[in-house]
Ligand binder design. Structure first.
Ligand code: CA
Length: 422
């Protein structure tokens, strides 16, 4: 596999306390420098069993082997071939182990043990990093919701009456969440043709949705809602999500309920989970919410934050959009508080996604539905071909960056998928 985006900023620059120098030689401003340290699961030709890895520049530290060698008391967290045990371990452990990793990678005395455990990322195959428990997808971009309404219900109010009162969402299909690089077969389904005939066949309006996913670590208790202030106790980190969507199937089936088969055929996620602890410099104030949310969603007194993550979407290599997560109306903490407000409990491995990220500008839209205005204004790619929706063989790549400490950028890696024929 390939680690995306070798360098965040040009030049080496002086090392600072937060962007620590490392005996590994990773540049302080690498998107996967010591300020990022995302977790994933990999295999390589040397060992077929999945191991926990931490991305360090263009290499992966075999954390399964490293913890066995240096921290046997933590080895059980990294021995199961998924991040599940580590996710369940809770915030105190997440923070301690991140600090330990930074020390290992900065202090030359650890090089003798750890250098042999650095695997070239190019030699690794990434696996689904955790067992996805429940998967929920929100609809929290005001611009996306507005665009969708204008396309589908022209002349009617842009936002449903409930939209500014609660983060709308739906339950997706956890079992079809797949790792980046998994081919996405064009789904077949029932749809209504423009002249009214109802038919079954391959989707003719296959789309992507660029999103950010939040990965739950520690569970909550059935019957006990998680307050806004409990977010960091439960959520470990973030990954990138492509919520593939068959618009023709979706729009016919989802009146009056939500999407089902138009979404459930596949959802792709990036291999690297970036800890929340890496994203402190990326926190931004969310937009003003009007009307003021009900008390369980009212974050005006607790320093609310969104994340200044900028996505980049490429279709067959052509950059087609740069959706900005900072514009989302509802924060992840509000989404989680809403998700548990009825007493529903969290499980380790729950994944909830932001919803399609769309900014105000035309080149910040997070789906082809919006970018091509439902096919009416096809995009032109670098090779001169045009797209309303996705063609067999098309590849969508979503990458992302966010501000790191000391003026650096950090990366969230890549989620990509290619459409295969039905
Ligand atoms: Ca979505």
């Amino acid at each position: 596999m390939e680690l995306v985006g070798a360098r965040g900023r040009g030049g080496g620059g002086p090392m600072t306390s937060s962007t620590t120098a490392s005996w590994t030689g990773v540049a302080a401003d690498h998107l996967f420098g010591l300020h990022t340290l995302p977790y994933g699961v990999f295999t390589d030709t040397r060992a077929p069993q999945p191991r926990i890895g931490v991305a360090v520049g263009e290499a992966i530290l075999d954390l399964t082997a490293a913890s066995a060698a240096l921290r046997p008391e933590h080895a059980a967290l990294f021995g199961g071939g998924t991040l599940d045990a580590f996710l369940a371990a809770g915030r105190a452990r997440w923070t301690t182990i991140r600090a330990t990793l930074r020390r290992w990678l900065a202090d030359e005395r650890y090089a003798e043990v750890l250098a042999p455990l650095l695997v070239p990322a190019a030699d690794a195959t990434m696996r689904l990093p955790f067992t996805v428990a429940d998967y929920v997808d929100f609809y929290s971009s005001e611009q996306h919701a507005t665009n969708a309404a204008q396309i589908l219900r022209p002349g009617q109010p842009a936002l449903p009456a409930n939209w500014r009162h609660l983060p709308l969402g739906y339950h997706g299909r956890a079992g079809t969440v797949v790792i980046s690089g998994t081919p996405v077969r064009r789904p077949s389904g029932q749809r209504r043709l423009p002249e009214g005939t109802v038919t079954f066949g391959p989707s003719t309006a296959l789309d992507f949705e660029a999103e950010v996913g939040f990965v739950v670590g520690t569970p909550s208790v059935l019957g006990q809602p998680v307050a806004l202030s409990g977010f960091a106790d439960h959520v470990f980190g973030v990954c990138l999500v492509n919520d593939w969507s068959a618009r023709d199937i979706q729009f016919w089936e989802s009146i009056p309920l939500g999407p089902l088969l138009g979404k459930s055929f596949a959802t792709s996620i990036s291999p690297w989970v970036v800890p929340l602890d890496a994203l402190n410099a990326a926190r931004v104030r969310p937009p003003v919410r009007d009307p003021r949310p009900l008390p369980y969603l009212d974050d005006t007194g607790i320093e609310p934050w969104g994340l200044d993550i900028t996505l980049q979407v490429r279709l067959n290599g052509t950059l087609i959009s740069r959706p900005p997560l900072r514009t989302m109306y509802w924060t992840a903490a509000q989404q989680l508080a809403h998700l548990t407000s009825n007493g529903a409990c969290l499980r380790t491995g729950d994944l909830f996604a932001s919803g399609t990220v769309s900014g105000v500008a035309a080149d910040e839209r997070g789906s082809l539905l919006e970018l091509s205005w439902n096919g009416a204004a096809p995009l032109t790619l670098a090779d001169g071909s045009t797209r309303g929706f996705l063609t067999d063989g098309d590849e969508i790549s979503i990458t992302a960056t966010a501000p790191g400490p000391e003026g650096t950028l950090l990366g969230l890696g890549e989620v990509r998928g290619r459409i295969s024929p039905p």
